[in-house]
Design a binder for this molecule. Sequence first.
Ligand code: FAD
Length: 388
Amino acid sequence: MTAQDAGVQEVDVIVVGGGPSGSTLASLVAMQDHRVLLLEKETFPRYQIGESLLPSTVHGVCRLIGVTDELARAGFTVKRGGTLRWGANPKPWTFLFSVSPKMAGSTSFAYQVERMKFDKILLDRARELGVRVREQCSVTDVLTAPDGRVHGVRYTGPDGAETEVHAKYVVDASGNRSRIHNKVGGTRKYSEFFRSLALFGYFEGGKRLPAPNSGNILSAAFESGWFWYIPLSDTLTSVGAVVARDMAHRIQGDPENALKTLIQECPEVSELLDGATRVTTGEYGQIRVRKDYSYHQTRFWRPGMVLVGDAACFVDPVFSSGVHLATYSALLAARSINSVLAGRIGEQAAFDEFERRYRRGYGPRAGAPGGNRPSEAAPPRLRRLEHS
Ligand SMILES: Cc1cc2nc3c(=O)[nH]c(=O)nc-3n(C[C@H](O)[C@H](O)[C@H](O)COP(=O)(O)OP(=O)(O)OC[C@H]3O[C@@H](n4cnc5c(N)ncnc54)[C@H](O)[C@@H]3O)c2cc1C
């Protein structure tokens, strides 16, 4: 922290977390000349899962914040759609983002991204746009006025010192593992249906689907759940199994062996990985296990505070919608904050509208009103779970 920053005690907006939701929101608010402080507990680049993007992120939100060219230069795998071995059809089938292969428009693709690179591009862009980005700063609490309004945060800096900083708005973009979201009130409600575990690792030398589908995500259902197979480069592949929570005992203790066994159970994936080697060093070297339970907070905002991205809600990764919802919610929240700060609309109306739209984007799926419906497409084991 520079001497100049040490004196920062008040800004317009504090953003907690520098993932896609936090850096997008910070950029969009800074673009309206507001003073934005972004506090991130890690040092970027940092690892994150969530590598298969949708066109709305790449051509919508990323264009608005001005990183489209940078993404194109980064050399990410071009994703033209998805290939699925799912449901009753024993043969893999493919959907494209374009109307047809011969009528592909300029926005009919997304990317498969290494999140260490993608998230850093977005965070660096926020810096360029004037956001004060502070890494290794972990927010521990929000500051609340006697009338209940949130007006700042307390955080621990790189030197271990505690600091308080004040703002008109605090945005919680700290993802699914931080507890800051509790401060908005309400509760986090978990979906009864989408309560799965994800077990994943990285492989060098995995085969590719035949062109023109070589950049697609492959989602393959099998007896115990489903696999993702995401080509991150010509040689590096992200491979993960999503299985029911009652399989935790099979995974705990020896995740390496559990992943190997699950791969053998899924012919599509084991065939593609024939001859490939698992990466065992660096950030991609470990097998990770994540609960990917779907949830939503019953409130998305309170006076002075708003939740975006995984802090607010999360839907099972089968939809590849996490980064889309993170950046879309950031766009909606930035719009409300900018409108209120400009005096164009009252806070209640602006944030009620934010919450309504955000829930609509999330809602038809698990966990929201009308969600939790049985899915015809669920793989056998998940379908059984649904009826148990
Ligand atoms: C198994 C699995 C597979 C997935 N696959 C996909 C996929 O293929 N495609 C897709 O789009 N999405 C996928 N997702 C979802 C995706 O990972 C998330 O939706 C996305 O990362 C959310 O972005 P975010 O910015 O809200 O949070 P994050 O990316 O989690 O960023 C939050 C940031 O906040 C920081 N932070 C946390 N606490 C604090 C604190 N107290 N103070 C300061 N900083 C803090 C963290 O260090 C982090 O950098 C998947 C998720 C899972 C679990």
